[in-house]
Ligand binder design. Structure first.
Ligand SMILES: [Zn+2]
Length: 313
């Protein structure tokens, strides 16, 4: 029997990336177009179809689509503030009509979990949670081999579990003290800005104008004391939170994904120490922290394609 192939599509505010992915997790064709060049979704889909057809891949097992404000239950993009396409866009139906195959819409945090399970660092796990550290903090939960989506597909919004509900940082969700306001790329920068008056004059960070999270993590790797304080604080809050989350689903592991998490094993080790300090006795020593094996630039395509194999099999 021939290998199966899925089309993975990652629609973003700036660019749309897509790829033909084998059921072994190999991307055999990759394309990218600026999303804003296409005033309607039909035009974007037509372009993807043209590129794929030209490359000679007409038949797909299915199409997995990741999109902002995607509703996994309806297959629609709903009122996405970062897209030009306003209102409700029936993105799954549009792809299905053009490609004459089934499709599925999935949020990126859940796609990361399925991608990790099929092609990444969780192939051997039936109980795990992926934690994606980007602009925010996303999480995808797999329990007993099943992706947990919940009533509206919002299960696993760990980023909005409040770690400092009283006087914590204001979150995009309108509440205070959510985990992602501390543990994410933007959270790390917020910590830096809050503490900037305490920065020693010999810190490497004084030489960088408006450092981003990766620059802060780079300085930590160069043993800068102020950057180390910031990274320690971030790892402490994450490790403590993962200890609490462990009580919910008793996972074998948390798999960390995203630029700052994947910047080194040192961060994982710090998170692990904090997790062990805070976890309940029966779970001590029983929850691993792993690094994702998916590469940042391809993870969304792999994850959405993986979801196709996962759901339609
Ligand atoms: Zn929030």
């Amino acid at each position: 029997m021939d290998q199966k192939h899925a089309l993975g599509v990652d629609i973003g505010g700036t660019k749309t990336a897509f790829g033909v992915v084998s059921d072994k997790g190999v991307i055999i064709f990759h394309g990218e177009v600026p999303t804003r060049d296409y005033p309607t979704p039909d035009e974007l889909i037509k372009e993807i179809h043209a590129q794929i057809s030209e490359a000679g891949y007409p038949d797909f097992f299915g199409i997995g689509i990741g999109a902002p404000n995607g509703n996994a239950l309806t297959g629609n993009i709903e009122f996405a503030p970062n897209l030009m396409w306003k209102g409700i866009v029936p993105i799954c139906s549009l792809f299905e009509e053009k490609f004459e195959t089934r499709s599925i819409l999935i949020n990126d945090a859940n796609a990361a979990a399925v991608g990790e399970r099929m092609f990444g660092n969780a192939k051997d796990l039936d109980h795990f949670v992926t934690i994606t550290l980007g602009t925010g903090l996303g999480s995808g939960i797999i329990i007993e081999g099943h992706l947990v989506e919940g009533q509206h597909g919002f299960a696993g919004e760990y980023g909005h579990i409040r770690v400092f509900p009283e006087n914590g940082r204001l979150c995009g969700c309108g509440r205070n003290g959510c985990l992602e306001t501390y543990v994410s790329s933007t959270g790390v920068v917020r910590t830096f800005k809050e503490w900037i008056n305490e920065m020693p004059s010999d810190s490497l960070l004084t030489k960088i104008e408006n450092p981003d999270a990766l620059a802060i993590f780079d300085c930590w790797k160069k043993k800068d004391a102020f950057a180390t304080r910031i990274v320690d604080y971030t790892a402490q809050i994450l490790g403590r939170s993962l200890a609490d989350f462990s009580c919910f689903s008793n996972p074998q592991a948390f798999v960390l994904f995203g630029g700052i998490a994947q910047s080194g094993q040192g961060f994982v080790d710090k998170v692990k120490i904090e997790l062990e300090k805070n976890i309940i006795e029966p779970l001590k020593g029983k929850v691993e922290i792993r690094l994702s094996l998916l590469h940042d630039e391809n993870a969304a395509i792999l994850g959405s394609a993986a979801t196709t194999f996962w759901k339609f099999n």
